[in-house]
Design a protein around this ligand. Structure first.
Ligand SMILES: [Zn+2]
Length: 427
């Protein structure tokens, strides 16, 4: 045990004059006195070995899992006979005035790197209080400032408790997948405040800004990133169409009796309708639990179920064709062909005039240029908010520990520290 403690204290055996290890009430104590040696007086530069006094300090030292280890450090104070000043000896295992050893600080910071670890979990592992862990985090967290990315993705993350503003705004570098920053609000004037502070020279280097269809983001992008093409994230566009399609399906379903085959199949096999047509294995046999008079057997081909559903209603069939037409555009179009295809798609929606698609038409008209821009390819992939999806799920892990984040500044730092590769321990 003595050797182990010596090793984890960052000491050589020669450094120690006396070490005495004992346990009491499930706690291990190591009483340590360092070897006496010559010191140069920091005031006048005269070497001295004269002792002034000793000061006993207790220091938390979490080296062993499950065992609360405390150092009782007999810290020596030297005396300079020349200028009569006294000064304390150097300690290799604890910073001046701290009650937590350097090793423990490192361990706390390493554990906090994992987004799954809450402040209280780390506190319990390291046998210190939750407020100590927060204090260590605030003091030692290192977040380097990074340049604005060339392709900036903006999206929101739903936040709780620490502020009235319900959404925080997350800014991600499309190419590195690293978080550029986390802002406490997605409101236009708050974003404007933030970007005003960044030099125009750097803002002008941003070439793309990818957003969802939140109007203030587009205003901000146009105002502050003059050289950037604004793109809307394709996932949000597809979601809009799928939502309209689902509304049509539900409306058709409700025209049928609850006990009817149509109602049953439209409800039970909504997933088949929602799937991209190209992804369906049409000749797969699907077991239907209910007796459907239309089918001869209970094991029916996917294509037969799909045809049955689409035959239920003419509007449903058109809505399905529109949904698939957009999937097709996504699959086949590039930055050269998208404009013509998109115009035709909008025309089709207008001609077929399905009520549920009216809002899709106006949204497409409003965001047409941004949809077209999102077909640009960078690093072999379309510009999107894809990188934000994975970041958001990890931010949610951190957010679960809401008790520690009444303070947004700390929440932001924890996110940047745990999720970005270039964060460090400011030791
Ligand atoms: Zn002196």
């Amino acid at each position: 045990m003595k050797n182990l403690i010596t090793k984890f204290l960052n000491l050589e055996p020669d450094d120690i004059q006396n070490i005495d290890v004992f346990s009491q009430d499930n706690q291990v104590f190591a009483r340590i006195t360092l070897t006496k040696k010559f010191y140069t007086c920091p005031k006048c530069g005269i070497p001295t070995k004269r002792i002034h006094d000793y000061n006993q300090r207790t220091i938390s030292h979490a080296i062993l899992d499950g065992i609360d280890t405390t150092i009782v450090y007999n810290q020596r104070r030297y005396f300079c006979p020349s200028c009569k000043k006294s000064f304390i000896e150097d300690s290799p295992f604890v910073h001046i005035g701290k009650r937590i050893s350097k090793y423990t600080v490192l361990r706390i910071m390493k554990e906090l790197k994992n987004p799954r670890m809450t402040f209280s979990m780390v506190a319990s592992n390291c046998h210190v209080s939750v407020s100590s862990v927060m204090r260590v985090f605030d003091e030692y967290v290192g977040i380097p400032t990074r340049p604005l990315p060339t392709i900036l993705c903006i999206d929101e993350v739903y936040t709780v408790k620490y502020t009235q503003k319900v959404y925080a705004c997350v800014l991600v570098d499309f190419q590195s997948n690293e978080i550029y920053d986390l802002l406490p609000s997605r409101k236009k004037h708050d974003l404007a405040n933030h970007f005003t502070k960044i030099d125009k020279k750097y803002r002008d280097q941003v070439l793309y800004v990818s957003i969802d269809m939140w109007e203030p983001y587009r205003d901000i992008a146009r105002l502050y990133f003059k050289n950037a093409k604004v793109c809307v994230d394709n996932f949000h566009v597809v979601k809009l169409i799928n939502y309209a399609f689902t509304k049509v399906r539900i409306q058709v379903m409700r025209q049928y009796d609850v006990d009817s085959d149509e109602y049953y199949l439209l409800k039970k096999f909504s997933w088949l309708l929602n799937m991209k047509y190209d992804d369906i294995d049409l000749h797969r046999r699907i077991h239907i639990h209910k007796n459907i008079s239309y089918f001869f057997s209970k094991d029916v081909l996917a294509i037969d179920i799909l045809n049955f559903l689409l035959n239920c209603d003419c509007e449903l069939e058109i809505a399905y064709a529109l949904k698939e037409a957009y999937n097709d555009i996504n699959k086949r179009c590039n930055s050269e062909t998208i404009e013509v295809a998109l115009n035709r798609f909008i025309e089709d929606m207008i001609i077929f005039n399905i009520e549920e698609f009216n809002s899709v038409v106006s949204t497409f008209k409003n965001w047409k240029q941004e949809i077209i821009n999102s077909f640009d390819i960078i690093d072999h992939r379309r510009i999107s908010n894809g990188p934000i999806e994975s970041v958001n799920s990890r931010i949610k892990l951190i957010k679960r520990n809401a008790n520690g984040y009444r303070n947004f500044i700390r929440f932001r730092k924890r996110v940047l520290y745990s999720l970005n590769k270039n964060s460090f321990i400011n030791f």
